[in-house]
Design a protein around this ligand. Structure first.
Ligand code: HEC
Length: 163
């Protein structure tokens, strides 16, 4: 039986690690505040905006504050995967483009996700401890999103509209 060439495999892996350092995902570095961000049709008091910007915007807006280690691959790929995934589900920078039913639904989901401690993602709060929500911040977000969701009435004609 042929011996496994561990040395070659090792060099191969090192070469791959070096090569991927030169690949940079384009990154989420647009403006979080746009003409279609959530503030234009929904009342967002400062107390709420501060929490959203600190704890949610890295994954749910058009602008991520990247940590230095995002330049190290494959960590950068991993971070961008979460950012893209988060934005696909909810992007505060594009919120006003959502159909009315989706607008209401997303606000309801914010209350749910926060209430169940599902957001912000725990891996993230582990590294960025200032993004972890206190009881008080959770209540502020939950009350705000529930209130704003309740203000939106989806007309019958749009109830079956696809996002
Ligand atoms: C580190 C990235 C990250 C942060 C920070 C983050 N999220 Fe998320 N969020 C995601 C990802 C990824 C998903 C989609 C997958 C999932 O549901 O777990 C998601 C999903 C959601 C959803 C569900 C949307 C849907 O329609 O399914 C809501 C609501 C949400 N996040 C709200 C928040 C709020 C509010 C905050 C801040 C308090 C926050 N998120 C912080 C990454 C993040």
């Amino acid at each position: 039986m042929k011996r496994i060439p561990f040395k070659k495999i090792g060099y191969g892996l090192i070469a791959i690690l070096i090569i991927i350092q030169f690949i940079h995902p384009t990154g989420n570095i647009g403006n979080a505040k746009t003409e279609n961000d959530i503030t234009h049709l929904t009342a967002v008091p400062d107390s709420v905006m501060n929490i959203l910007e600190t704890s949610c915007y890295d994954c749910h807006s058009n602008h991520t504050e990247y940590p230095w280690y995002s330049n190290i691959q494959p960590i950068g790929f991993y971070l961008d995967k979460h950012v893209n995934d988060g934005k696909r589900h909810l992007n505060f920078s594009e919120y006003n483009n959502y159909k009315i039913k989706r607008k209401k639904h997303k606000l309801e989901e914010i209350a749910e996700e926060v209430q169940e401690h599902d957001m912000p993602m725990w891996e993230y709060t582990l590294i960025h401890s200032k993004t972890k929500l206190s009881e008080e911040q959770m209540n502020i977000l939950i009350n705000w999103s529930k209130n704003e969701a309740a203000k939106i009435t989806v007309p019958d004609s749009l109830k079956n509209e696809k996002r």
